[in-house]
Design a protein around this ligand. Structure first.
Ligand code: NAP
Ligand code: 12T
Length: 336
């Protein structure tokens, strides 16, 4: 990519939960933007989105949207990415894609800047942003893997509704209102009531009984960590939280790591903030992660059932580090 003093950046899906955050993060981090082009469907085209103090006109996404675009941040679902990312690349843009469309393509780097920034250089036009649950897990685990080699990961997630998008956030709010007014509960986005409930179901089920979200955590973690030998088993659960994902993670390592050693490693780790003082009731909470950039780690304990095991509780803002922030960090690496 040619070095410039400022870049033309298209945001595909600019009105969505992730796209809105992308515009905010670009502004906040003073990404060298010459022009921002917000793109969306006919539902929102013609309206405006805020970019700092300005309101910018939303344009309709078409095959001609990418003339003169240097960087295209995609966050409008896998179907849009499959159709339009190659069009953007052909027009000369580098695509940073937030959907699942390209993540496991061997030609496409799958990048978390704290973990595998060097994979960016291998791109052929598209760079994929991993799944939100995977991103926060690998930021916390890579430094431990480097020191003690992780053999096996067992993870259960507690994922917020914002991972699904705007409509799911509205559904949780509306169902809470219905509950507290003793009205019937209407479910449209999820197959069951999400208010005051947990659903062990994220993305579609596969014939194996796992969900696609669970297998993203398996496949993407191995690709990002560059280690196909790690055993991974995931259970992904939707919880009635608006923003912020939490994960209960159990790891088995080749080399023994004490809790003190794990704390020392994580206290130095890029993008990680330790938040671990049970004596003062301090541990990471989803509501505290909202609007922040770190991956928070707490509840570090030895797994006493095996010789070399640890348990951790890992929390991050899924719309920021899990999506928009990670994508903008990739863009920052790209223009460095
Ligand atoms: P959302 O709140 O539902 O927003 C969807 C966005 O896509 C809106 O801006 C919408 O524009 C736009 N869009 C939909 N269909 C389109 C079309 N045919 N042409 C142009 N624009 C279209 O969803 P979200 O939570 O922001 O997520 C968007 C996508 O990002 C997801 O589907 C997923 O692939 C990805 N994502 C990734 C992660 C991650 O793990 N890293 C996390 C969350 C989401 P309108 O206003 O015109 O409808
Ligand atoms: N179904 O980017 O519903 O693969 O929380 C991210 C979040 C897919 C993805 C969710 C999903 C993705 C969700």
């Amino acid at each position: 990519m040619d070095k410039k003093s400022a870049y033309t950046v298209a945001v595909v899906g600019a009105t969505g939960a992730v796209g809105t955050e992308m515009l905010a993060v670009l502004k906040e981090r003073k990404f060298p933007v010459d022009q921002v082009i917000p793109l969306a469907s006919s539902k929102s085209a013609g309206g405006e989105v805020p970019f700092g103090d300005d309101d910018i006109k939303i344009k309709l996404l078409t095959k001609d949207s990418f003339q003169g675009v240097d960087i295209a941040l995609f966050s409008a679902g896998a179907n849009v990415s499959k159709e339009y990312a190659p069009v953007a690349v052909k027009a000369g843009a580098v695509v940073i894609d937030n959907s699942s469309a390209w993540r496991m393509d061997p030609q496409v780097p799958l990048v978390v800047p704290e973990v595998n920034p060097h994979d960016i250089a291998k791109h052929q036009g598209i760079i994929a942003n991993p799944n939100c649950s995977t991103i926060q897990m690998v930021v916390a685990l890579k430094p431990l893997h480097d020191q003690a080699k992780i053999i096996r990961i067992i993870v259960s997630t507690y994922q917020s509704v914002s991972g699904t998008g705007k409509e799911a956030m509205d559904e949780l709010a509306e169902q809470c209102r219905q509950m507290l007014n003793f009205e019937d509960i209407q479910s449209n986005v999820y197959p069951h009531q999400i208010a005051f409930n947990c659903l062990p179901h994220i993305d579609d089920f596969l014939p194996t009984g796992y969900t696609k979200e669970e297998m993203k955590m398996v496949d993407e973690t191995r690709k990002i960590m560059g280690d196909q030998s790690i055993g991974i088993s995931a259970t992904t659960v939707r919880v009635p939280v608006f923003v912020g994902h939490a994960e209960s993670i159990n790891i088995e390592t080749e080399k023994k790591l004490s809790v003190a050693e794990a704390r020392a490693i994580l206290s130095m780790a890029p993008g990680v903030q330790l938040f671990d003082d049970p004596s003062r009731n301090l541990y990471p909470l989803q509501i505290d992660s909202v609007g922040t950039d770190s991956v928070f780690v707490g509840r570090i304990r030895e797994d006493e059932s095996i010789p070399n095991g640890l348990n951790l509780w890992v929390v991050a803002d899924n719309l920021r580090k899990g999506a928009a922030l990670n994508a903008v960090q990739i863009a920052e690496e790209l223009v460095k």
